[in-house]
Design a binder for this molecule. Sequence first.
Ligand SMILES: N[C@@H](CCC(=O)N[C@@H](CS)C(=O)NCC(=O)O)C(=O)O
Length: 274
Amino acid sequence: MRALYGAVRLAFQRRVTDCAGAGISCSGGGQAVQNPRAADQPPEISSSPAVNQVTTQMLQLHYFPGNASMAPHILLEELGVPFELKLVDRANNAHKSPEYLVLNPNGLIPVLVDGSGSAELVLYESAAICLHLADTHPQAQLAPPLGSSERAQFYKWLMWLTNTLQAALIVYFYPERWADEASAVAQVKAHAQSRVGGLLDQLEAQLAAHGQPWLLGERYTAVDPYALMLCRWTRGFERPARSLPRLSVYLQRMLARPAVVRAFEREGLAQPWV
Ligand SMILES: N[C@@H](CCC(=O)N[C@@H](CS)C(=O)NCC(=O)O)C(=O)O
């Protein structure tokens, strides 16, 4: 029975998925969406791919494959700590349900629930979750030392990714929120795609400027999975991130990390991943 659940779920996730793909997108609009866990739902995925647990882990990530939950998911895999993935049923608008709105009044994915402190922490905004995971696991060195100029650059890039690149991508995926007429919606989408193109050039220039493996330079930090997540969303663009020479090598380097592979596989994302 479990094998059947797995096959159905995988088939679903191959067909639909992330913000950039056909089917379910960040907008939730477009084609009708199937519910991967509609009938006889299997338990939530546990942190161990081998064992599906129903017990509550101290860290719970509310996610949807390929969505803005991907950067925190990769970081959780990098940390190697126990956590639980809770699939948000976008097909049934679960992210707009009263229960979910208690967790995130914006009705957006992701949410992290962290029960490791004295009081349970409920946190939304992907970048904030990434910062929290880096702060609470200093041994993993996912952020440069506090007060250093590298730390300042780390803040700059994380804010740029979430406020500038992600914001432009969100306009691309939700153009109907910015215009009514079909032609105007198409125009908004085209402008957003063109703006994202210029922003990808900035990422390319940053990699060219230091010639090092990761976005900040020598050191892999929390901004890297964030950049991967957003670059992946451009997969369907006329000029996707993978078409820029340095970004292409960088994305392949990211995809070679075991934690990244684990996250993509557990989300059931089909190849090509970028
Ligand atoms: N700034 C938010 C944006 C999150 C976001 O837009 N998530 C999308 C999925 S990629 C979503 O939940 N969309 C549903 C909607 O807009 O109704 C974050 O980074 O957490």
